[in-house]
Ligand binder design. Structure first.
Ligand SMILES: [Zn+2]
Length: 292
């Protein structure tokens, strides 16, 4: 095993495993366009897990495997190996993601569904892998679910110079006949369904889970860092529509603050899940670590 964190949570009969591709401190400027020093001071609970002593924000790229005992669903597939990308630290990676997934009990052949909350670079990468110079589906026995409106948006866009995210990580899935286009409230299984949370991208979705009275939600990128729980107005430059994304965050926090729902953050560092609570006007994440 490498020394990357691995976490697991139980939600009723469902087990959720976090498979980390990278966990790295980045500058507040990178994530939010400007330093948010006052808010960092107002939210001391962010240290040391989510903000370093030096004030850098820890950003994780990971997948969640949602396993109900019958069916395994991978939610978001990170950056992937061998992909030519504009961001130098994401270009032509050679990481052990797939072997880590297998070590955690989830070899690629065992996956039944792949679900991308949206079609950004760090959510579709392991959809495919390079074999003999061709991009082939990484999860050969899975159906891949893509939001219909998300696909309609991105398939109409020209690739950014220097990278072809749709071309190397989504189109090969269509060519292999493994893609399904679904609505934003699609039910993936009796216990798992999509919740529309548009704004970060036009067809962005979150993932809801309910089993034996226990509930969870996987955020996707409606927020990138627990800092945005403290202040949902803080926006990243990666949002397609800043105001739409802010409104979606406010609505999400209204739904899940002080609710008995485990919130799993798609880019949250370890521990990547917890409950959102509000006390004396301050909203924060109370982390729930692995196995608890
Ligand atoms: Zn992302």
């Amino acid at each position: 095993m490498t020394d990357l964190p691995a976490e697991r949570w139980r939600v009723g009969d469902i087990e959720i495993t976090r498979v980390v591709e990278s966990e790295t401190p980045v500058s507040a400027k990178f994530l939010f366009g400007e330093a948010q020093l006052e808010i960092l001071q107002k939210a001391p609970w962010l240290k040391p897990c989510y903000v370093t002593e030096e004030g850098r924000l820890v950003l994780s790229v990971h997948a969640f495997v949602v396993d109900d005992g019958q069916r395994k669903i991978v939610v978001d597939t990170c950056v992937g190996n061998d992909k030519l990308r504009r961001m130098p630290f994401w270009s032509q990676l050679q990481g052990p993601f797939l072997s880590r997934m297998a070590e955690l009990g989830h070899p690629a052949e065992s996956i039944h569904r792949v679900l991308c909350t949206h079609l950004h670079v760090d959510h579709v990468g392991w959809n495919t892998r390079l074999v003999g110079g061709r991009w082939v589906p990484t999860f050969p026995n899975a159906r891949y679910l893509f939001g219909r409106s998300e696909w309609e948006h991105w398939s109409g866009e020209a690739p950014t110079p220097g990278e072809d995210i749709i071309g190397d990580s989504v189109k090969p899935i269509l060519d292999a006949g493994l893609a399904e286009f679904v609505e934003s409230d699609h039910r993936v299984s009796p216990l798992v369904w999509l919740e529309p949370t548009h704004g970060h991208t036009p067809g962005h979705v979150s993932v809801r889970i309910r089993s034996q009275g226990a509930e969870a939600v996987i955020t996707g990128d409606l927020m990138h860092h627990p800092l945005q729980i403290a202040d949902p107005e803080i926006a990243t430059p990666f949002d397609y529509d800043t105001e739409w994304a802010r409104r979606t965050r406010r609505e999400f926090l209204a739904r899940y603050t002080d609710a008995p729902v485990l919130v799993l953050g798609t880019h949250f560092a370890t521990p990547a899940a917890g409950q959102i609570v509000q006390e004396r006007g301050v909203r924060r994440l109370v982390p729930r670590g692995s196995g608890s």
